[in-house]
Structure formats: structure tokens, C-alpha cells
Design a protein around this ligand. Structure first.
Ligand code: ASP
Length: 376
């Protein structure tokens, strides 16, 4: 049987880092990373033992972005460069899937951005796996080796036709993922959506969460450009400035005003189910000013680790004109705004009506609202 082939795209991060002269971790050059990965995998292959159903390593091509970086240095323009590279590779007929190696700090933003930008990925029947590591590939007890091998096997075998995050045996929908632990190997979570698959002795894919299923009221094959073609939506047309503002006790009117003047659109992390200090005149004045006078789109999500915006309380921010981000992660809300603003422009009502659609499985729309929203 012909061996499968995948592409590995290295961007930097701890997974490829070694200490610099001051002992601080810095991403290594791509050649060093490529050689080390090839040596390691060929060492494993030479043992010739295939354990479990999907133990056959595919062939792989290695490529990298020009200057590997620590993902804390990520800027939205990196998404264009990486997305274009990934899009180019994943369309090749001899490539069965892709693995992106990325720093963990902003991995969830990048994974989510790629999921929005590559429209119609499901049509290719290929899986894009974004992964990283908590310890460098070059450290003795690093998690990087498991991440790498499992991500490669996943990319070459999975029937998930979307961008996923692989970390510590868990396969998570990219646009549902957030970094939840800076210390543990189990560093990522999908707080409001189940794992898509899990690596144990074998790989178990969660049958109802698969991309094309109607579970969760999401028939994703219909999304994007009539669902008929794959294309890359490039943010460079214009990269908007999207800010994130977390509400906290004592937040000042000036803080909110300055966020609205600095950014083209905001994601506001409210308390609990979408609440804020509405008893404070200055707070409401600043929100009204930003949303109704400056006409800047502002999405509300919850600052809780899990759960959704539901506007149940007298302190809810429902009446203020915020766009309901429901159970989205902040990362998904930010990247969805980048995507929608650069595609359709910053006009509030356009953004509002499109934001309320589930585009790639990033949000749970309550049953009774699905039809109403679809018709709009
Ligand atoms: N600062 C690193 C990065 O995000 C952390 C990591 O990769 O784990 O690139």
C-alpha cells in the first residue's frame, strides 16, 4: 500500500527551542528542527514495530516560516503568512494532511484564525493539526515527541476534516480551544464543546462531533461560499485592530473610552452570564458612546472558564447593543472579528448579523434560535 504523506510546518515555540547564551529558551532554526525530527522518526521506524491500528508513520515534507518565533511575539499578520503557506501545501494532491508546530501561548488564536481563513477545508477531506509542547523537543522528558508523533498520525489518518488542536492525547476543535494551563502537559481545553477524538491505546473519534454531522445543530458542510469550494481568505486586505477588554471591579469610563478609540472592534469579557457594573453611570456612558456614537462592533463573551452569555440578570449587558458571543472562547471571538471585518468591512450591522451565525462550529446557537438566525 502506498504510504501516506503529510506536511509539517514549523513556526517556532517551545517545541523547537534551546536555551540562548543567557539561558532563556529561544526557537531554533528550522534546519536544526527538521534534522532532529527526521533523525528521531527514522530511529523509531527502524525499530519496525507497528503498535495499534494507526501506527504507521507517513512520509513527510518539512517546511517552515521564514523566521521561527516565540508565539508570544505573534502578530495577526503572521496568520496571513502561515495561512497562505498551509493553504498552498494542503491543496497538493499528494499531501494527505498537515501538522503545524506552534508555540503554545497563542496557539489557540492561530488555530482558530486558520480555521476561519481556510474556507471549505472539509471539501478536501484532509485534517490540519496544530500542536506544540510544554517542554522543548530537545529536553529529555519532553512532551514534544508524543505531540509530534500523534499529530503526524492524526493528520495522516483522521476523518476529521477541519483544523484541530492536538495536545496531550486530546483532539479539540480549533475554534473551541483555549490554553488553560501554563504548567501541566494537559495544557489545552475545549470548555464548551466535547473532544473530537482521544488517543488512548487506539484513536477514538467522537462520532457525533465530526465536522459534517448534524449533531449540535451544525451542518458545517453548508457553510462558507455556498460550501462548494476551498479558498483562503487573506486578512492582509486589511488587518483590523481587535481589542480584548476584561471587565473588572473599578473599571473606569476612561479605560473603556480608550479601548473604543484605539481599536476597530472589541471583545468584552463580561462577568458570569454577560453582566457588568451597569449601576455605574460612567460605565454605561462609555459603552453607549463606543457602540452607538462611534459605531464600533463589540462582542460580549463570559470571562468564566466555561459557560455562555445568557443575559439573565438585572445587571446583564443585554440592552447596551453588544453582540452576543454566547459560548465562544475569547480566541474564537477575536479571530472571527478579524475574519468578518476584513471580509465584509467594519459596519456594525453587517458584522452583527454575520457574527450571530455558526460558521465553523465555533458557537452553540440555542435550538429555538437556529432557524431565525439562518433566515436573516
Ligand atoms: N512562549 C512559548 C511560545 O508560545 C511557550 C510555548 O511554546 O509553550 O512560543
Amino acid at each position: 500500500m502506498k504510504k501516506k504523506k503529510i506536511v509539517v510546518i514549523y513556526t517556532g515555540g517551545t517545541i523547537g527551542s534551546l536555551p540562548n547564551d543567557s539561558g532563556l529558551l529561544r526557537p531554533e532554526r528550522s534546519q536544526i528542527m527538521e534534522d532532529s525530527i527526521r533523525d528521531y522518526l527514522s530511529g523509531i521506524e527502524s525499530l519496525g514495530v507497528k503498535i495499534g491500528e494507526i501506527g504507521v508513520l507517513p512520509e513527510f515534507e518539512f517546511t517552515a516560516i521564514e523566521r521561527p518565533f516565540d508565539s508570544s511575539d505573534l502578530d495577526p499578520k503572521h496568520w496571513d503568512v502561515l495561512g497562505a503557506k498551509l493553504f498552498n501545501e494542503i491543496q497538493k494532491s499528494d499531501i494527505d494532511g498537515a501538522v503545524v508546530l506552534h508555540g503554545t501561548d497563542t496557539l489557540a488564536y492561530t488555530a482558530s484564525a486558520l480555521a476561519f481563513m481556510i474556507e471549505g477545508l472539509h471539501l478536501l477531506n484532509k485534517t490540519v493539526v496544530v500542536t506544540g509542547a510544554q517542554l522543548s523537543f530537545f529536553e529529555t522528558r519532553s512532551d514534544a515527541k508524543n505531540q509530534l508523533i500523534s499529530a503526524i498520525l492524526l493528520a495522516s489518518n483522521s476523518r476529521l476534516r477541519e483544523v484541530v488542536v492536538y495536545f496531550d492525547n486530546r483532539v479539540l476543535r480549533a475554534c473551541r480551544t483555549t490554553k488553560s494551563d501554563s504548567f501541566s502537559f494537559n495544557a489545552f481545553d475545549s470548555p464548551n464543546f466535547p473532544e473530537l477524538a482521544h488517543f488512548g491505546v487506539t484513536l477514538s473519534e467522537h462520532p457525533t462531533a465530526r465536522f459534517s454531522s448534524r449533531a449540535w445543530n451544525v451542518d458545517l458542510t453548508r457553510r462558507f461560499t455556498n460550501g462548494t469550494r476551498i479558498q483562503f481568505y487573506n486578512f492582509r486586505n486589511r488587518i483590523y485592530r481587535i481589542g480584548v477588554l476584561k471587565i473588572f471591579p473599578g473599571i473606569s469610563e476612561n479605560t473603556i473610552n480608550s479601548f473604543f478609540s484605539e481599536y476597530d472592534a472589541l471583545v468584552i469579557e463580561g462577568y458570569g452570564a454577560g453582566n457588568g457594573p451597569i449601576g455605574h453611570e460612567g460605565f454605561l456612558r462609555a459603552l453607549n458612546n463606543g457602540i452607538h456614537i462611534r459605531k464600533k462592533p463589540a462582542v460580549i463573551v463570559t470571562q468564566c472558564v466555561r459557560g455562555s452569555v445568557s443575559f439573565d440578570y438585572s445587571t446583564s449587558l443585554e440592552g447596551v447593543g453588544l453582540i452576543n458571543g454566547r459560548d465562544m472562547t475569547t480566541e474564537a471571538a477575536v479571530t472571527k472579528l478579524h475574519y468578518l471585518l476584513s471580509k465584509y468591512g467594519p459596519e456594525m450591522e453587517k458584522v452583527r448579523s454575520r457574527f450571530d451565525h455558526d460558521l465553523i462550529g465555533e458557537v452553540t446557537i440555542p435550538n429555538h434560535l437556529v432557524e431565525e438566525i439562518e433566515l436573516n
